[in-house]
Design a protein around this ligand. Structure first.
Ligand SMILES: *[C@@H]1O[C@H](CO)[C@@H](O)[C@H](O)[C@H]1NC(C)=O
Ligand SMILES: *[C@@H]1O[C@H](CO)[C@@H](O)[C@H](O)[C@H]1NC(C)=O
Ligand SMILES: *[C@@H]1O[C@H](CO)[C@@H](O)[C@H](O)[C@H]1NC(C)=O
Length: 461
């Protein structure tokens, strides 16, 4: 995790997790290493997310060798250390943490876990967002001492409408919080479970709508046999459980909250409503034979005017799929255009080619060098964000590529447009964009790739 003055680095250290501070530029060790327990897992395969906020480190991971005790933990800084309730399946059931972000007075954690709210015998995985207040001081000596009093969670709804609503239940990655057309949004990359029709989707959530779900009704199961139902308003104690303590109010710290409120939040961490997806449908849907999409980075400053949005999605085959997002009037309805699929795995650098070697561990964007950084188990690969030279043959194919990073420039070549570059033939491009409205229409019916290929073919020939 990055702090202003250095790096706080944690590692599994051969099943004995440790953390230490390092200087930012020279990566020199500062002080003595400390235990990494609850900040870092024992096994690198287990989940680990972390964010610094208000001088404290907020982590989502597991605290034991067998990965049974999952935790959201706050440590370092001046606030007391706090954790989630141990071994309580209402709080967590086999979670896998995906990301943590600071937003307003809260830290939000995105993860997937086994659902507890369905009346099914088989296990169903769902995706969730949980939040805690940064200023939480824990409960009273009787209830929730040294534990969060503001932990709440809700299901994320990434689905395709239809006769039988189709859900993408497994969250793999999120973007940062992005400011787009006056709203704060977060993008999530989801897939179907391994034993289902292979498919991946990018769903977008409005942070305001997301926060609103935590103001709604709580969900409960009255007895182990009964189904989960919303808690009636009159059964919810006051002040509202799970809220951040307000300075100067009757309960200015969480430690003074009535036991009734603390007991309620301890036994009702799940919200009734799901977090709705923006526009009621995913921005990108990809159903395909053999592989899934598990990594994502978003460039919201693509193109010479830094005003286009490009998604880079990493697949389980070690390739990167690139999509251009086209706003359609308002933010709620975007169209996506598939641009290209790029090979990321490089056998020269990464050694022997195998499905395991091609598992992408992380994907990040380096804006200054206009490249993507791909981490595989045995190598790090740098891939350019665009390959404009492939279209150098003719102007039509350069423009028809629709790649916002590329343009037809002086000297009659298709080249990368640095921010501020002047592009020739803008009118021509505009005409071509109008031509693609046919492509857009087909897109809406879920034929992304065919439509784009068909259109490309018709331009090139
Ligand atoms: C590392 O730095 C943080 C923040 O400055 C501090 O709270 C923490 O105690 C330091 N840890 C170690 C092991 O030196
Ligand atoms: C998910 O969202 C869709 C469309 O917005 C809605 O029809 C569906 O009921 C929601 N599902 C759940 C479980 O909330
Ligand atoms: C991006 O900015 C340029 C220059 O201001 C403008 O001409 C263009 O229409 C903008 N594109 C989009 C997609 O907003």
């Amino acid at each position: 995790a990055v702090q202003t003055d250095g790096l706080f680095v944690c590692g599994t250290n051969a099943f004995n997790p440790l953390c230490a501070n390092y200087t930012r530029d020279t990566l020199e060790l500062v002080g003595e290493p400390v235990s990494g327990m609850a900040r870092c897992p024992y096994d690198p395969r287990h989940a680990n997310v972390a964010v610094f906020a208000d001088g404290s480190l907020f982590t989502g991971t597991v605290t034991d060798f067998l990965a049974i005790d999952a935790v959201i933990y706050r440590s370092l800084g001046d606030s007391p250390a706090l954790r989630t309730v141990k071994h309580d399946s209402k709080w967590f059931r086999e979670p896998f943490f995906v990301s943590a972000v600071e937003y307003g007075p809260h830290i939000y954690f995105f993860f997937r876990e086994m659902a507890m709210e369905f009346h099914h015998l088989e296990k169903v995985m769902v995706s969730r967002v949980a939040r805690v207040c940064k200023a939480d001081l824990g409960g009273s000596q009787r209830v929730l001492e040294k534990q969060w009093t503001t932990f709440l969670k809700a299901r994320l709804n990434c689905s395709v409408p239809g006769d039988s609503h189709f859900y993408f239940n497994l969250l793999h990655a999120t973007s940062n919080i992005i400011h787009m057309q006056g709203r704060d949004v977060i993008l999530g990359l989801f897939s179907t479970p391994p034993n289902s029709i292979p498919g991946s989707a990018v769903c977008v959530f409005d942070m305001q709508q997301l926060a609103h779900v935590f103001e709604g009704r709580f969900k409960e199961q009255k007895s182990p046999e009964s189904i989960w139902t919303p808690v009636p308003d009159e059964a919810v104690p006051k002040p509202r459980p799970g809220g951040c303590a307000i300075q100067g109010s009757k309960f200015s710290t969480s430690t003074t909250l009535p036991d009734e409120v603390l007991n309620f939040v301890k036994t009702h961490p799940l919200m009734d409503e799901t977090v709705p997806l923006l526009g009621h449908r995913p921005w990108v849907v990809k159903t395909m034979g053999r592989y899934q999409l598990t990594a994502m980075v978003v460039d919201t400053e693509a193109g010479p005017h830094k005003n286009r949005t490009v998604l880079f999605l990493g697949s389980t085959r070690g390739t990167i799929l690139k999509f251009l997002m086209i706003p359609n009037g308002d933010l709620a309805s975007h169209n996506s255009v598939f641009l290209e699929e790029v090979e990321g795995f490089n056998p020269d650098k990464c050694g022997e080619d195998s499905p395991q070697a091609r598992q992408l561990l992380s994907l990040s964007l380096d804006r200054t060098s206009h490249t993507l950084l791909l981490a595989f188990p045995s190598c790090l690969v740098r891939v350019p964000t665009s390959r404009c030279h492939l279209h150098t043959r003719c102007m039509k194919s350069c423009l028809a590529s629709r790649d916002p990073y590329c343009g037809w420039t002086r000297g009659s070549t298709c080249s990368f447009l640095r921010p501020g570059t002047r592009e020739l033939r803008r009118r021509k491009r505009k005409e071509l964009e109008e031509l693609t409205s046919e492509g857009h229409h087909a897109l809406k019916q879920g034929q992304t790739q065919e439509a784009v290929h068909r259109f490309r073919g018709s331009v090139e020939h």
